[in-house]
Design a protein around this ligand. Structure first.
Ligand code: EPU
Length: 422
């Protein structure tokens, strides 16, 4: 397992380009299985989760060509014949569960392993399954696998997601577009990742109305054609680097290739910390404040504050002057980074789904361990402003979701060395 050795205390200055979005790409890659011909997706990041998902598609018989130097992927789904996603692949990445909707939607049958828990709790898939049942798909469980069966068409009806769920919305869309006579998803997720999937499916020929709203109505079509699309930039990578640019008083970053419209009220909240945030088309300019003001936040579904930026924000607040709170209303237990930041010198404690932070405390380098993707990048943010040297262990979590992090940040002044586990 690789680790990072990080010399802290240096500001970040210069220009950094935002990569394609992981969480927006995965539903579209699954959606390619519904097509009758080849799908091409541009702006795909070179990330471990993308490699893993490509392999899931290859297992079922799709031809997947990832042109890494061009960041584009071609998927030919016309030879899919094995309608299963086994446990050893699904456990590596929960989004593999999208295979359930894609396979039953296209082929009328799917056998997909239940994903199991994750680093911060059970993360159930009950809404995916109940929604498919409501649609008329037959769902059964067998030794840790979900088996989904559907006739040539299913009646549809409606299903209300409670709570709203990105993954369930994606799976229900994938299952419905070629199968359901008339199906409505209420309280559907409105995250840009879902909107991109809807636009992609419509471009292929699907009949979906209500795009970008929380009510999606789907009426089946006979077939979907292969198309070419450009994947959105990664709004979570962008938010992470906006925070990185705010944490050292001498930092100044220009972030390019952004979609600022997908940030909700995040830029405004960052301005409230004293950070200068200037948005100009697809570029965002960040200038760090001399003193960070404490700004409490609560996560919420889109366009609220994303849970995927909660840990990074709390990390920044350890360097703010005063008391603040970060509350996660989407995942109640996503705080595994807190004990690690405490080891670096942060003053923070968790009370139910809130972390209380007192700043500013100087951070001093130590050895810390990451437990999941966003926790791991938070430790890197902290280590970059800590005195002396830190070791961030298990950066494979980070490699799942941040393309070439050290190669992007080192030219800007960071001192991050990857030590490979031989
Ligand atoms: N939920 C249920 N039952 C379900 C599904 C979800 O109770 O069947 C609950 C969850 O426990 C949670 C809430 O609904 O409390 C929302 O979860 P959601 O289903 O929206 O999450 P997800 O689809 O599993 C995606 C992202 C996550 C991101 C969440 C929330 C991907 C591959 N994953 O997960 O991203 O945190 O939406 O925005 O798109 C990450 O990138 O680090 C990451 C974890």
């Amino acid at each position: 397992m690789d680790k990072f050795v990080i010399e802290g205390g240096t500001p970040l200055k210069g220009t950094l380009n935002i990569s394609g979005s992981k969480n927006a790409a995965l539903p579209v890659i699954a959606g390619a299985l519904l097509a009758d011909s080849t799908v091409t997706i541009h702006n795909i990041p070179r990330l471990q989760d993308i490699y893993t998902f490509n392999n899931v598609l290859r297992v079922v018989g799709a031809k997947v060509d990832f042109n890494e130097s061009a960041n584009s992927i071609e998927i030919d789904p016309t030879h899919v014949s094995y309608l299963e996603a086994p446990y050893d692949l699904v456990r590596k990445m929960r989004a593999s569960f999208y295979m359930l909707g894609a396979l039953v939607g296209k082929h009328g049958y799917a056998k997909v392993s239940l994903p199991g828990g994750c680093a911060w709790g059970p993360r159930p898939v009950d809404l995916h399954l109940k929604g498919m049942e409501a649609m008329g798909i037959d769902i059964s469980l067998d030794k840790g696998y979900v088996i989904a069966k559907a006739g040539k068409s299913v009646k549809g009806g409606s299903y209300t997601l409670n709570p709203s769920s990105v993954g369930a919305t994606v799976n229900l869309l994938l299952a419905a577009v070629l199968r359901a006579e008339d199906f409505t998803i209420n309280n559907a997720a409105k995250e840009p990742d879902v909107v991109q999937l809807c636009n992609f499916l419509v471009e292929m020929g699907a009949d979906i109305t209500g795009l970008g709203t929380d009510t999606l109505r789907i009426r089946k079509v006979g077939s979907l054609k292969g198309v070419r699309i450009h994947n959105d930039p990664d709004r979570i990578e962008l938010g992470t680097y906006m925070i990185a640019g705010a944490m050292h008083p001498d930092s100044e970053l220009k972030l390019t290739g952004c979609n600022p419209n997908q940030l909700g009220n995040f830029p405004e909240l960052l301005r409230q910390t004293g950070t200068q945030v200037d948005i100009n088309g697809t570029e965002i300019h960040i200038k760090a404040p001399q003193v960070i003001k404490p700004v409490s936040i609560e996560t919420a579904i889109y366009p609220g504050f994303p849970t995927d930026l909660q840990a990074q924000w709390a990390t920044m607040l350890t360097q703010a002057e005063g008391e603040s709170k970060v509350t996660d209303t989407v995942y109640f237990d996503r705080f595994s980074y807190v004990p690690e930041l405490t080891r670096l010198g942060a003053n923070m404690h968790v009370d139910q789904n809130t972390v209380n932070i007192s700043g500013k405390t100087p951070l001093v380098g130590a050895s810390v361990m990451s437990t999941d993707l966003r926790a791991s990048v938070s430790l890197v943010l902290a280590a970059m402003v800590a005195e002396n040297s830190s070791e961030v262990l298990r950066v494979y979590h980070l490699d799942r979701g941040y393309e070439s992090l050290e190669n992007k940040l080192n030219p800007l002044g960071a001192k991050i060395t990857r030590v490979e586990d031989k």
